[in-house]
Design a protein around this ligand. Structure first.
Ligand SMILES: C[S@@+](CC[C@H](N)C(=O)[O-])C[C@H]1O[C@@H](n2cnc3c(N)ncnc32)[C@H](O)[C@@H]1O
Length: 452
């Protein structure tokens, strides 16, 4: 274990992430309420950066008119040629932000234990597909696989495989290096549903896909950490004339600069997505998240398994959360698209609605509560007992603080689970969604971990 910590410390130092002075994507929401409900907040010194993607978008807007925020976000993040996620590594100090799995190995280890605990609770099925959506550098799955390896005797009769849903060729290359220890990009066939294959350092097959639909059906356990916040959102503003969609147009006064405008009349999205009972004046909706949740629901209903979603977000009460990060600082969302991260808080109430009650939902509960239930304090003590190196002990403690402190990630990140109704059924009675919330449920993390 000390060797692992040393390796992680070396990697962290190499990536320039020691000392935990990295910025988190959830952090930098402006502290004071803003007068406008939405805005780019551009600073003079940021303007004038004409990226290839900005040229592409201004050409598009000139040809067909203002675009939705969702279209802007999709292009800026995943345009195959110039999208932010496609061709560089944005995690760590040299990048733009840092995430929990990169901060501490304990995070991934506890998630690994969650999957083993759910696998046991669902009757130890003979096959286990672990499916991660948006795996970043592959660190989380790597930590999970280490747990699976340590529990080898328990899992020895189980046929385990790893399925990674990743759009970025650059990040899939890094994931392959992390998980297999090799560069396997030569096997990349971007047009095939399985665009890359490899074998983990512990001998488990790994498959890469562009989209969830391509992952084979079967008992699967899904994981999405800081994935849903990267999906494109639509924005809507209440006006005296009714709901209007927020669009992005070229600023007529400043060439090569974008600005927000309101659609002059209702758009299909504003007609379709806003609920009659909506009380907010500004709303963000992520239909892509809804579609993915429906697909997860279909699969879990049909094949069993479970999904664990961890992200920053709210329960249908926040308004303007669209923001951008570059070099660990808040960045203007409309400046230099393709060179900065774009993100919006996940609306967990929307995710819950999209399951249509066909699976049980648990949470969202705060990260600090989830990790405490999973035994983070015991795990920290075990690691500390085995480590004498002062720097490594300090790194562990700082990582713990970052994950658990309510002012850091402890209260801002949430865990949300999807499970088949049978998993929570008592005496063969189906549990309704409302009831499932109040049950003293045996699902680890959302209650105490029973399996040790
Ligand atoms: C913010 S990063 C999170 C990385 C990792 N889960 C972590 O927590 O360190 C978002 C990840 O989702 C991937 N991603 C973004 N949009 C995607 C999409 N539409 N389909 C698949 N992957 C996507 C990115 O390439 C990246 O791996």
């Amino acid at each position: 274990m000390a060797r692992l910590l040393a390796r992680r410390a070396q990697l962290a130092a190499a990536r320039g992430v020691s000392g935990l002075k990295r910025l988190l994507r959830h952090h930098a929401l402006p502290p004071a309420p803003r007068r406008r409900c939405f805005g780019s907040g551009s600073k003079a010194e940021d303007r004038g950066q004409v990226t290839p993607l900005l040229k592409h978008l201004t050409f598009k807007i000139k040809s067909t008119g203002p675009i939705t925020v969702a279209e802007y976000m999709r292009e800026a993040l995943t345009n195959p040629v110039e999208g932010y996620y496609m061709h560089h590594d944005m995690l760590g100090e040299k990048g733009d932000f840092i995430t929990s799995p990169e901060i501490s190995q304990i995070f991934g280890e506890l998630i690994g234990i969650w999957y083993v605990s759910e696998w046991i609770a669902t009757g130890k099925p003979k096959t286990l597909q672990l499916v991660e959506l948006g795996p970043g550098r592959g660190t989380l799955t790597d930590d999970i696989l280490r747990v699976f390896n340590q529990l080898g005797s328990l899992l020895s009769k189980c046929d385990i495989s790893i399925h990674l849903v990743e759009v970025s060729p650059k990040l899939s290359e890094i994931q392959a290096l992390t998980l297999t220890g090799e560069n396997i990009q030569s096997e990349l066939d971007i047009a095939a549903p399985v665009y890359m294959k490899g074998i983990s350092k512990t001998g488990i097959p790994i498959f890469w896909y562009q989209q969830l639909q391509d992952v084979p059906q079967g008992t699967s356990f899904y994981l999405a950490h800081e994935f849903f916040d990267a999906l494109p959102i639509h924005k809507f503003q209440r006006t005296e004339q009714g709901w209007r969609e927020v669009l992005i147009d070229i600023d007529p006064k400043v060439p090569d600069q974008l600005r927000f405008v309101l659609a002059p009349s209702a758009t299909p999205a504003s007609e379709y997505f806003i609920q009659d009972q909506e009380t907010r004046d500004h709303v963000e909706i992520c239909p892509d998240a809804g579609i993915i949740i429906q697909r997860l629901t279909d699969r879990i209903q049909e094949d069993g398994g479970a999904a664990l979603i961890a992200d920053y977000g709210h329960n249908g009460n926040k308004t303007d959360t669209f923001r951008s990060f570059r070099n660990h600082k808040l960045h203007d969302v409309l400046i230099a698209p393709g060179t900065a991260d774009l993100t919006a808080d996940v609306d967990f109430s929307y995710l819950r609605t999209m399951t249509q009650g066909r699976v049980a939902t648990l949470g969202p509960i705060k990260q600090q509560e989830f990790l405490k239930n999973m035994g983070i304090d015991v795990r920290l003590q075990v690691l500390l007992r085995n480590i004498s190196d002062t720097a490594m002990r300090e790194q562990l403690l700082q990582g713990y603080d970052m994950l658990m402190n309510p002012k850091k990630m402890g209260d801002r990140f949430n865990f949300f689970g999807l499970l088949p109704h049978q998993r929570l059924t008592h005496s063969d009675q189906k549990v309704s969604l409302q009831h499932s919330k109040s049950l003293s449920t045996p699902v680890a993390g959302f209650g105490e971990l029973v399996w040790k």
